[in-house]
Design a protein around this ligand. Structure first.
Ligand SMILES: [Zn+2]
Length: 190
């Protein structure tokens, strides 16, 4: 299970970072397939990583990786996503749904786009509220930037406490921040 609390400060601050030999070997070995959601990407000359990356020795897609690295900017945006409360959905399901919504919005089919936007809005109706996580931060901790700030002040929580407070939280990527990745993925997977 993805633990969105894990903050890995060693990861470069962008999604299409340079791929070194070891990472390339790992990406190839995993066939550019995300260990969390199962999405398979492909490398290209301009995007060697295929917008996949190695985190904690696992290959993850850009969305699942961002769920683990809330403090990392995406396209220089700190607010690159939302935190929702969704006990009935896994991060893998939320990631796959978000990606399908992204593809539908880019599809150029207006009916499909409209339906996708409605689903996206419904997803965001489960955004966590200030009262849910008031102990984290003075800010409304609804975006991942605010959540990341909040997390830095509660590093004293132990594993069980983390599990209790955060087990139902999922990361939903911001469409604008990820649109270039959706475009790449929809091109390379067809
Ligand atoms: Zn994934």
């Amino acid at each position: 299970m993805l633990n969105i609390l894990y903050i890995d400060s060693t990861v470069p601050p962008d999604l299409n970072q340079k791929v070194d030999r070891a990472q390339w070997a790992k990406l190839k070995q995993a066939r550019f397939t995300c260990a969390c959601c199962g999405y398979q990407s492909a490398p290209s000359e301009s995007v060697l990583s295929g917008f996949m990356q190695v985190v904690n020795k696992e290959v993850l897609c850009a969305i699942c990786a961002s769920a683990l690295q809330l403090q990392r900017p995406v396209r220089n945006l700190a607010n690159h996503g939302f935190i929702i409360m969704a006990s009935d959905l896994s991060q893998s399901e939320v990631t796959s749904l978000s990606r399908e919504i992204g593809f539908a919005i880019l599809s150029g089919d207006s009916a499909r786009r409209e339906r996708a936007e409605t689903v996206f809005e419904q997803l965001l109706e489960s955004e966590i509220t200030h009262s849910d996580f008031q102990f984290l931060t003075e800010e409304e901790p609804q975006t991942c930037a605010e959540m990341a700030v909040g997390l830095t002040v509660i590093s004293s929580l132990n594993r069980n406490e983390y599990a209790k407070y955060f087990k139902d939280l999922r990361y939903v990527p911001n469409f604008v921040a990820f649109s270039h990745i959706y475009e790449y993925w929809s091109k390379t997977s067809s």
